[in-house]
Design a binder for this molecule. Structure first.
Ligand code: URA
Length: 431
């Protein structure tokens, strides 16, 4: 088989067969296909698309290109995945809630990059938390606690690692079959029988429109079901940050406040919905029962106990979660104020994410060190009424970083004299 023939076929809008996709993925993995031929095929896929069957075959081959975790010895394994956002700490709430309902949540998460946050960085803001454990420890903890939250270790979907790096520099990221196969190959390799996807759209997301998010979600659900995993997706708005905290320790504290029955409504609504769908698919329960149960494990404190145990099992200081001890304080803080009176007609997520990164809460390159205490607490969000001079938000971090970050955050706010329309957080559920 020759790579040039495969490129030619996709260039001419013909579907690729299983052997061709296998040849391509194995050549990506073992390095025998050079970057320029991979780039050419990726661009042909971006321009001419792939049908469902091709996307499923591509995902399967990418999943099989490295380690595949076998979680079959654990009961009711359930995973969730967010396509990335700003202030998205739902894993810290939905995962322990699902575990408290009887799911086993053995979950490998990622780090933040660019303007989006990542669960691993949030977990590492809990002093002592070790996110890099062996598969044995991971499995043992998941069995004992019903929950284990760590970073990705081992060699999962190496074909995706190489393809993603090439896509990043060849303007071929934004293709629904390529994004769907990239995300789902890693989810399939991670082994859970139930997968709940949170596909985000808006300024702080990969998909800018709800219609594109629905297309991506449908593709991913179809892949999951195509390989026998129970899969559902919620499509949610990421035009505004989720909750009020952006930045690692600040987000952990906000997640804890939801698990203790307080916290922002939008964050609670989405976290409960995700946990409920993890349970619903795992146990075949009704939507109503699942939502009731998810709310109950939060109000009776059992979801919080799961998070505490999950942190302690990984060496994390659970006293930071119970309030016995305080998270390390930030080096400084700075408030920003409303430039005019009126309504907040937009709070641009991407800009908020960038401003949070500037406080030290994110990295520009994977090697940068994170300041876990840095970030933003938002007082005012989309739709809120403000008076000129009223506080909009507080930034935390090293004082020398806060001037620029504050200017960036101020630019995320737009004002108007009319109250803007309410926007539902959950646009659609594919279940
Ligand atoms: N996240 C991934 O893992 N892959 C993509 O292609 C896009 C987002």
């Amino acid at each position: 088989m020759r790579m040039t023939d495969i490129i030619e076929k996709k260039r001419d809008r013909l579907p690729l067969n299983k052997n061709e996709i296998k040849f391509f993925v194995s050549g990506v993995t073992d390095g025998s296909i050079p970057d320029y031929q991979i780039s050419a095929l990726l661009m042909a896929i971006l321009l001419n698309g792939m049908n469902r069957e091709e996307t499923l075959m591509l995902t399967n081959e990418m999943a099989k290109s490295g380690d595949m975790l076998d979680l079959s010895a654990l009961p009711h394994t359930a995973d969730k995945h967010s396509t990335g956002g700003v202030g998205d700490k739902t894993t810290l709430i939905a995962a322990p809630a699902a575990a408290a309902m009887g799911c086993t949540v053995a979950k490998m998460s990622g780090r933040g990059l660019g303007f989006t946050g990542g669960t691993v960085d949030k977990l590492e803001s809990i002093t002592g938390y070790n996110t890099a454990v062996t598969t044995e420890v991971f499995m043992r903890t998941a069995r004992r606690e019903g929950i284990c939250l760590v970073g990705q270790s081992g060699n999962f979907a190496p074909a995706d690692k190489r393809l993603y790096a090439i896509r990043d520099v060849t303007a071929t990221v934004n293709s629904i079959p390529l994004i769907a196969s990239s995300i789902m190959s890693k989810k399939l390799a991670a082994g859970a029988e139930t997968i709940v996807l949170d596909v985000k759209f808006g300024s702080g997301a990969f998909m800018k429109t709800a219609a594109d998010a629905v297309r991506l979600a449908e593709e991913m659900v179809s892949i999951g079901r195509g390989v026998g995993r129970k899969t559902a997706a919620v499509i949610t708005d990421m035009d505004s940050p989720l909750g009020r905290a952006v930045g690692n320790a600040l987000e952990v504290k906000e997640a804890v406040s939801v698990l203790k029955g307080r916290g922002p409504d939008d964050l609670k609504e989405l976290s409960v919905l995700l946990a409920a769908h993890m349970y619903k698919l795992s146990f075949g329960a009704s939507e109503k029962e699942s939502l009731e149960k998810a709310n109950r494990v939060i109000s009776d404190g059992s979801a919080f106990t799961k998070l505490k145990n999950a942190a302690a099992a990984m060496g994390g200081d659970a006293g930071l979660l119970t309030g016995e001890r305080e998270f390390p304080a930030a080096g400084g803080s700075k408030e920003i104020y409303a430039a005019e009176s009126g309504y907040i007609t937009s709070l641009d997520s991407e800009t908020v994410g960038k401003a949070s990164g500037m406080t030290g809460a994110g990295r520009e390159t994977l090697k940068d060190e994170i300041d876990y205490s840095a970030g933003i607490l938002l007082d005012k969000k989309y739709g809120d009424r403000v008076e000129k001079g009223e506080r909009l938000a507080t930034l935390y971090g090293s004082p020398e970083r806060l001037e620029d970050a504050a200017a960036a955050l101020s630019s995320a706010y737009s004002y108007g004299s009319e109250k803007p329309p309410e926007k539902p957080l959950v646009y659609k559920i594919i279940s």
